[in-house]
Design a protein around this ligand. Structure first.
Ligand code: NOJ
Ligand code: MG
Length: 532
């Protein structure tokens, strides 16, 4: 297949914007849509292909937009529908696609549907949510736990029943077994497709359907005392239920009716289960998010094995994807260290499949320590101290002016104290910065289809090295990554290793000839263009 036959979402790179923290245009300290519009030139310069915006819909913000009270409008804190339309047209004019975050599993407790549903047991929308009587002896109907702490069942005094919430009690789960719910939610997706969005990231999608017999979840034999309490049980009756698949297929038919759109799913499941979300009988998601690089320890052997297993498990026609971080997980530069963050960038952008870059990772942003009085994320309270996600959600660092150029007002979360050094302005002209590395990797990937859509072949490597080959009919590249902090040599008998370095994570060896073996400095990754 020649490069032109691939879809944009296969060859392209997605950039994840957390709108509250990207760019504030009106001085309220919260990022907004006009702010994003003002930074589109940066994203185009960087060389990404699409932006995914975390939710921008009206919301009481109990979970910062993941509690939606209207699926077809814009929250005033982010701007207006006109701002949104302008964002789409300005992005499209620069060749950037726009993806929205569709919070399908639950609404806000303030959504009119839920207000109606909780108003009476006889409400026509009662069945739009999941209501149950207390257990025979009183108390919650079963042992299901909320991912955000405590029981997943919340008592409603007025109507004398419990409702189910997989996340906060402010986020009641919709009953997706109800065809009216399905239609209403599909209508909301249609609304945005009509406005020109290029696809959706579907939030918490593996939670969509729960067991219709409401069976108790079994205990998790691997539970460790410091794990969040949610992990005490295996969520086998609350997630990954078989009846989800026809619903995803329905969403896919809708997306396909609009042409070249993409559906991405947030799914935290082992890869053996994850691959089912491409669709077994009919097409479902284009890209069920593969979080292995987020979840696995940063260990060369574990990572190489994970890549190989994933590649082997992908069903025919299924397209891979890779992620290093998001607004729910510690920053990659904090997890693996600043030096390895460069190796991680090279890995992300040279694997087969669609990468997603989390905003700020390209300038090496780290987790920011948030003083208790400045904490915003409810998980800090509902799950416990240290589980809050504020540290990875701090404002983007644009320059060295006050508040890193993010806002003229008071930022909603504190800025990282490192912003005078780690910012876009300082790094864009620095030939050795991590930003320059990201930009060069993105440019190389764009210029060389072998690196985006070419074949992947795992190469034998030992210890702290990861090595693989990326090839199409025109070019072959060796990628060799040193996960350790000692000098290593990589050689491979299977490979006539002759070529020249196309890129090093140190950005100083381009064009260097290699023959027989390649030397890797501590924390160095290289892409070698092989010559036959
Ligand atoms: C996953 C989102 O990424 C997270 O931020 C949110 O809190 C939960 N889903 C609930 O919507
Ligand atoms: Mg603002």
């Amino acid at each position: 297949m020649s490069a032109e036959q691939y879809h944009w979402w296969q060859q392209g790179v997605i950039y994840h914007v957390y709108p509250r923290s990207f760019m504030d245009s009106d001085g309220d300290g919260i990022g907004d849509l006009p702010g994003i519009v003002g930074r589109l030139d940066y994203l185009q310069w960087l060389g990404v292909d699409a932006i995914w915006l975390s939710p921008i819909f009206p919301s009481p913000m109990a979970d910062f937009g993941y509690d939606v009270s209207d699926y077809t409008a814009i929250d005033p804190v982010f701007g207006t529908m006109e701002d949104f339309d302008r964002l789409v047209s300005e992005a499209h004019a620069r060749g950037l696609r726009v993806l929205l975050d569709f919070v399908a599993n639950h609404t806000s407790e303030h959504h009119p549907w839920f207000l109606e549903s909780r108003s009476s047991r006889h409400s026509p929308k009662r069945d739009w949510y999941i209501w149950r009587d207390p257990a025979p002896g009183g108390g919650p109907p079963n042992n299901w736990l909320s991912a955000f702490g405590g029981s997943a069942w919340e008592w409603d005094d007025r109507t004398g029943q419990y409702y189910y919430h997989a996340f906060l009690k402010e986020q009641p789960d919709l009953n997706w077994r109800n065809p009216d719910v399905q239609q209403a939610m599909l209508d909301a997706m249609r609304f945005w497709f009509e406005r020109g969005v290029d696809g959706f990231r579907l939030d918490a999608i593996w939670h969509l359907i729960k067991d219709d017999q409401f069976r108790d979840n079994p205990p998790n034999p691997d539970y460790k005392p410091n794990d969040p309490p949610y992990y005490r049980l295996l969520p086998v009756f609350t997630t990954d239920r078989p009846e989800i698949h026809p619903i995803l297929a329905m969403m896919r038919r809708l997306a396909d009716a609009y042409g070249d759109r993409v559906l991405i799913g947030e799914i935290y499941l082992p890869v053996e289960r994850l691959v089912a979300y491409y669709g077994m009988h009919e097409p479902e998601l284009h890209l069920p998010y593969n979080f292995q690089l987020v979840l696995l320890p940063w260990d060369a052997r574990r990572i190489q094995a994970a890549i190989d297993v994933y590649e082997a498990l992908l069903p025919p026609g299924a397209w891979p994807n890779w992620v290093l971080g998001n607004h729910d997980r510690p920053r990659v530069a904090s997890r693996v260290g600043r030096a390895q963050a460069r190796v991680a960038a090279m890995l992300l952008l040279t694997l087969r499949g669609t990468p997603t870059v989390y905003y700020g990772d390209e300038i090496g942003m780290v987790n920011v320590e948030i003083p208790a009085e400045a904490a915003k994320d409810p998980l800090e309270h509902t799950v416990g101290h240290g589980f809050g996600r504020d540290p990875e959600r701090t404002p983007m660092q644009w320059d060295s002016t006050p508040n890193a150029g993010f806002t003229p007002g008071d930022p909603w979360l504190p800025l990282s104290p490192d912003y005078p050094v780690y910012n876009v302005e300082a790094q864009r002209t620095d030939p050795r910065s991590i930003l320059t590395l990201y930009r060069r990797l993105l440019a190389l990937r764009r210029a060389e289809p072998a690196l985006s859509v070419g074949r992947y072949r795992s190469l034998p490597a030992e210890g702290e090295l990861v090595a693989y080959l990326r090839a199409d009919d025109a070019q072959r590249f060796l990628v060799a990554l040193n996960f350790g902090s000692w000098v290593r040599r990589y050689s491979c008998r299977q490979l006539g290793l002759r070529g020249e370095i196309a890129l090093s994570t140190y950005l100083d060896r381009e064009g260097e000839r290699v023959e027989g073996e390649v030397l890797l400095r501590p924390d160095e990754g290289v892409v070698v263009r092989l010559i036959d």
